[in-house]
Design a protein around this ligand. Sequence first.
Ligand SMILES: [Zn+2]
Length: 438
Amino acid sequence: MNLLIQNGRVIDPSRNFDAKIDLLIEDGVITDAGKKLRATGEIIDASGLVIVPGFIDLHTHLREPGQEHKETIATGTRAAVAGGYTAVCAMANTIPPNDERAVTEMIIAEAARNGACRVYPIGAVSRGLKGEELAEIADLRTAGCVGISDDGKPVGNAQLMRRALEYAAMLRIPVIAHEEDPNLSDGGVMHEGLYSTLLGMSGIPAASEETMVARDVILAQMTRAHLHVAHVSTAGAVEAVRGARRAGVHVTCEVTAHHIALTDETVQSFSTNLKMNPPLRPEEHRKAVIEAIADGTIDAIATDHAPHHFDEKNVEFDLAPFGVIGLETAFSICYDRLVRRRIIDLPRLIELLSCAPARTFNLPGGTLRAGSPADITLLNLDERFQVTNTFQSKASNSPFIGATLQGRVVATIVGGVVQFDLRAPAPLPAGKPRKRKR
Ligand SMILES: [Zn+2]
């Protein structure tokens, strides 16, 4: 089936391209780009819209298998395409965890059956995420895992981390580190600082993250492996990454949209949708993270989409689980906070959401070059909207409900198939193309 996208502004940071041009898609592949293309088949009039490579999330919790009351591969990927994502990396902390081939294969099969976008599984570092012995990492890699991580938990044992890095280097995949010292975190529920003192809540110090980043940077240097620091949130953590890169260590990192947008001051509301790990940090840390985005220290923006059931979050702050959803709001939050406030330009934001994540984990996608799979996102930068609590995700634990934002994802195409269309009257069944003119 052919699809012609006409009259849009195409931004492709993978080759510094920014111009009004038509895109032709044949059999799921971008085959031509040019002025006034003609074709038979479906036509999308993208006048006034921006056309970019589909976003790729390096950090998504899809919860399946085992916690389908929070999210499933079907609902999580529908949330993804509603947020402009054409691929997500699925974290390993499911039940059972993705620590063996059978789980990886189940995730890939279910994503092929009911997924609205591509799913790249992340395997566990350790068996059962227990931090005691390594998972069958080579097996996981063969089954399709694109990286390994015990995310949700740190790898406390430095020797185990060293071995994981050695195996990962051999297999040419990254180790994705949730950097936290559990002893320093000591049961904390928010950032340790002024507001934790004022609110009488136990705190997680910045040092909990920073000491572990320092350790793992040294181990990455020693093993010549690729360390990817998940959700950096402190000034010291980004400084450690910056220094390591200067020294030639293969370290990459991501930041979440909520750490870009929010600080620990907001926790005064006691909303459990402001409880996540790492916690929201004070303004000086947020500023340091934003500087690191501007100077290129931060490679990618991720969501750490962590759906929870309403009942699980509808408890006292102390008792609520960590985590917030993010797939459906990440672009608009980042466009608002980074581009509209002139910290970075639009092509750089698109790079952080698509090309750079692809490069960082060595994934397909992140480009609109002819011959590439047609994974494409359409944006309306002028549309203002209010975030409501109706999500494609099964969960609604978003800190951004009620926020008015500008810049919105209007359609998402995965492999040449329109998987999300904001103006479509009903949610699309996964895998079914919709014939529609805009
Ligand atoms: Zn984490």
